[in-house]
Design a protein around this ligand. Structure first.
Ligand code: GRF
Length: 185
């Protein structure tokens, strides 16, 4: 299988990044992650870039020179897909237009419910019985692009943010891999 090149954008722990890298090393997975972008050099997830020997770039959206240089790197890497995985910055039109329809994100709720930050808190406050995660296309509005795939997770009455997050993240790793496969089918 000829794999497409992909880049994962992170800001934090990078456990979804790690799961995607592992999937991408399977022979029949449609993407090869050939670069990583982080909004900060302090992101713990950059350790996975080092462990798996994948080049990474720090993107500062407020610095035009840096922005152009990272854009060039992405073009140079022939990136066909950008997977946001805990990337905490809002990408504006000037970036989205360069990768039209090629940027996807994962969010820890069943969108359109509980967009934005503190999703687990919002979910628990809602007293709902089921939550989950959503992989969706990225557009200019926060967590609002077309859905690609969702996975459900049951909420137990004993759940707190930590226990719920632990279970939703397990679902996220499967959801992201399945969504990528679905995109290239
Ligand atoms: C994920 O739970 C994702 O839903 C949200 O940010 C979190 C990132 O976690 N957008 P990690 O950095 O992949 O561990």
């Amino acid at each position: 299988m000829v794999k497409k090149n992909a880049c994962v954008f992170i800001s934090g722990t990078g456990t979804n990044l790690k799961a995607l890298i592992k999937s991408s090393r399977e022979y029949n997975f449609p993407i090869n992650i050939n670069c990583i972008v982080s909004s900060t050099k302090k992101a713990d997830g950059l350790n996975f870039a080092k462990i798996y020997k994948i080049p990474y770039y720090i993107l500062n959206l407020n610095n035009q020179l840096n922005f152009q240089s990272v854009l060039q790197k992405l073009k140079g890497n022939n990136v066909s897909l950008i997977c946001l995985a805990g990337y905490m910055k809002i990408l504006k039109k000037n970036f989205l237009n360069k990768f039209n329809g090629k940027i996807i994100n994962i969010h820890p709720s069943l969108l359109p419910k509980h967009k934005g930050l503190d999703a687990y808190k919002k979910v628990l406050e809602s007293k709902e019985k089921i939550t989950g995660c959503t992989v969706h296309y990225v557009n200019e509005k926060l967590d609002s692009g077309k859905k690609i795939l969702q996975k459900k997770v049951f909420i137990s009455s004993n759940d707190n943010e930590k226990t719920l997050k632990a279970r939703v993240q397990q679902a996220e790793y499967r959801a992201y891999a399945e969504a990528v496969i679905k995109l290239f089918k």
